[in-house]
Design a protein around this ligand. Structure first.
Ligand code: SAH
Length: 204
């Protein structure tokens, strides 16, 4: 089933062999409740509780491809959710820091992922603030729809760093590919429309 999913992603335009290999290796069904296993290898988002969703595999592959992860990259993820995207980044050799604002999702990912061999550092908190104590980061990925690009995240990006963030209203967001050059100059490109659950400003 994972091989089939990889074929679907290739047809949709994902090219990175490393990303496709990671999708082939990470068992997405681990991130689903046992009653919903048959949905795990469809190219769709799916509810994970607390009103949130595990991102569509194509979206995970697309964002990960843009990040161009190199082994040892220090990466910040906003929106741990199910932890699937985190597992893919870990598999690619990222040193990952991931933040979630829903306590129950944070707890579940922090408990489950290490038992499956994925060991990012988990934080319960507000993604708008990033993680100043651990900054700067080579790469930053936001996996919820942000109303604007949080300034704190731009500040926490290293020179030569890459940030991928969906920005827009609640229904549709533009996937922004933001780079910072060696002088700290920011360049932003729009890579297309996506739909995410919203990035929320205040805690539950
Ligand atoms: N990367 C996840 C996607 C989950 S959906 C996965 O692979 O499953 C987006 C997640 O972002 C949700 O779990 C939501 O609770 C979280 N989120 C929303 N606003 C946030 C914020 N301000 N800070 C951190 N996480 C946030």
């Amino acid at each position: 089933m994972r091989k089939k999913l990889v074929e679907v992603l290739k047809e949709k335009g994902i090219k990175s062999e490393e990303v496709l290999q990671a999708i082939l290796e990470v068992p997405r069904h681990f991130f689903f409740d046992s009653g919903f296993l048959e949905f795990a290898y469809e190219d769709n988002a799916f509810p994970i509780g607390s009103g949130q969703t595990i991102s569509q595999p194509y979206t995970v592959a697309f964002q990960t491809e843009l990040l161009n992860i190199k082994k040892g990259d220090k990466v910040l993820e906003i929106g741990t959710g199910s932890g699937y995207q985190a597992a893919i980044l870990h598999k690619l050799g990222a040193k990952l820091f991931t933040i979630e604002r829903h306590r129950s999702l944070y707890q579940k990912a922090k408990t489950d992922l290490p038992t499956w061999g994925y060991r990012p550092r988990f934080f319960y908190g507000d993604g708008y603030k990033g993680l100043p104590a651990f900054a700067p980061f080579d790469k930053i990925i936001v996996t919820c729809g942000a109303p604007y690009v949080p300034e704190a995240l731009v500040e926490q990006l290293k020179p030569e760093g890459i940030m991928v963030i969906p920005v827009g209203d609640n229904d549709v967001q533009k996937m922004l590919y933001i780079t910072k050059d060696s002088n700290g100059k920011i360049n932003t490109q729009n890579t297309g429309d996506f739909a995410f659950v919203p990035m929320l400003e205040n805690k539950e």
